[in-house]
Write a protein that binds this ligand. Structure first.
Ligand code: UT7
Length: 323
């Protein structure tokens, strides 16, 4: 017997405002055709004034709790993956804790940029299998629209806002890959590549800063590193690519998603794709894709999933789980 961290609920939140590619043509030397063909993105959601990472995260968490039929005091911990917390501190997770009305347990943020949700899942899994927590809300939420340079066409057309959440619960498993829950994790980072994708502000500058990215260089790292981490996680879980029902990738670029699937020898029919509607929502993209994929009827209980993500750091990783 061994403890497994099993998904018992999920949910998401997207701001009302939808911005189509064509809107950028009014202010930038760009066009729908370029954005669509280079990234696969067609539209994205942007937060309204007053909407923040913690407010969107709370909405996604409430949806996940409702999905599980549980309330905030049934949860021991909140782990929120974000690089766009409302304030330098306190953590956005403690603000979510307050907004939910959760008066016990603990909450903290995890910051691994676009790989943040994978890192947060790994944290939650470690806490659950070690008996430190029984139920953990794992959220990914971002407001990247607030760190865009709206004059930089190579970045501002790519990102969007939103939030997704899963509720994990400790359940007894048999210790085999037939168990529901998280089966294996692989995490990596390499700080030598920090200049490829970063925000040029923070405590050291006294400004919030704006996102800077060498997109084509990040691209060069992405497919190889994502396929390698997914393969490592599958090997650790004792499963092979042909057993995978769904790849749920970080949604940065359709060409990266397709290239990684090809390298893993998995057909696109078994990949959950939301990049066309959400753009790159950084740490929110995987939980958004999990929740949307479930709502579409793609992801069903018992399905074997691999999630993978790469982003600023560089930081990258993968999780294999049975839904
Ligand atoms: O989520 C975290 C990780 N981030 C990523 O995974 C992003 C990875 N990178 C990418 O997705 C792609 O590299 C981009 C979508 C950012 C760019 O695609 P690319 O095929 O790598 O294009 P590029 O950067 O090599 O640029 C090609 C051309 C350049 O013009 P020249 O120098 O060839 O004349 C750019 O100036 O496209 C130009 N360009 C644009 N043109 C129209 C850049 N942005 C735009 C734009 N509209 N918005």
């Amino acid at each position: 017997m061994s403890l497994r961290a099993v998904v018992i609920g999920c949910g998401h939140y997207l701001p009302d405002r939808v911005v189509e590619n064509a809107e950028f043509e009014k202010t930038l030397d760009t066009n729908d055709e370029w954005i669509r063909s280079r990234s696969g993105i067609e539209r994205r959601h942007f937060a309204a004034e007053g909407e923040t990472t913690s407010s969107m995260a709370t909405a996604a968490a409430e949806a996940a709790l409702q999905d599980a039929g549980l309330g905030p005091d049934d949860v021991d911990a909140i782990i929120l993956a974000t690089s766009t917390a409302d304030f330098t501190f306190p953590s956005a997770a403690t603000m979510v804790q307050d907004r939910l009305g959760m008066t016990k347990g603990f909450a903290f943020d995890v910051q691994a940029v676009c790989a943040g949700f994978v890192f947060a899942l790994s944290n939650a899994n470690a806490m659950i299998v070690s008996g430190q927590a029984k139920r953990v809300l794992v959220i990914g939420a971002e407001t990247f629209s607030r760190i865009m340079d709206w004059t930089d066409r190579s970045t501002c057309v790519l990102f969007g806002d939103g939030a997704g959440a899963v509720l994990l619960e400790a359940q007894e498993g048999t210790g085999t890959s037939e168990d529901r829950g998280i089966l294996a994790v692989d995490l990596n980072s390499d700080g030598r590549y920090r200049d490829l994708l970063y925000v040029d502000g923070g405590v050291s500058t006294g400004t919030t800063g704006q996102l800077r990215m060498e997109g084509n260089q990040v691209f060069r790292h992405a497919v190889g590193k994502l396929a390698a981490t997914a393969t490592t996680a599958m090997e650790r879980a004792g499963v092979t690519p042909d057993q995978i029902d769904w790849v749920v990738p970080h949604q940065a670029n359709i060409r990266i998603i397709q290239g990684t699937a090809k390298k893993l020898d998995l057909p696109m029919e078994r990949v959950v794709v939301t990049v066309q509607d959400h753009g790159n929502t950084s740490a929110a993209s995987i939980p958004l894709a999990l929740s949307v994929g479930r709502d579409r009827g793609q992801i069903k209980q018992g399905d074997l999933l691999v999630t993978e993500a790469i982003g600023g750091g560089l930081a990258w990783g993968a999780v294999v789980l049975r839904w």
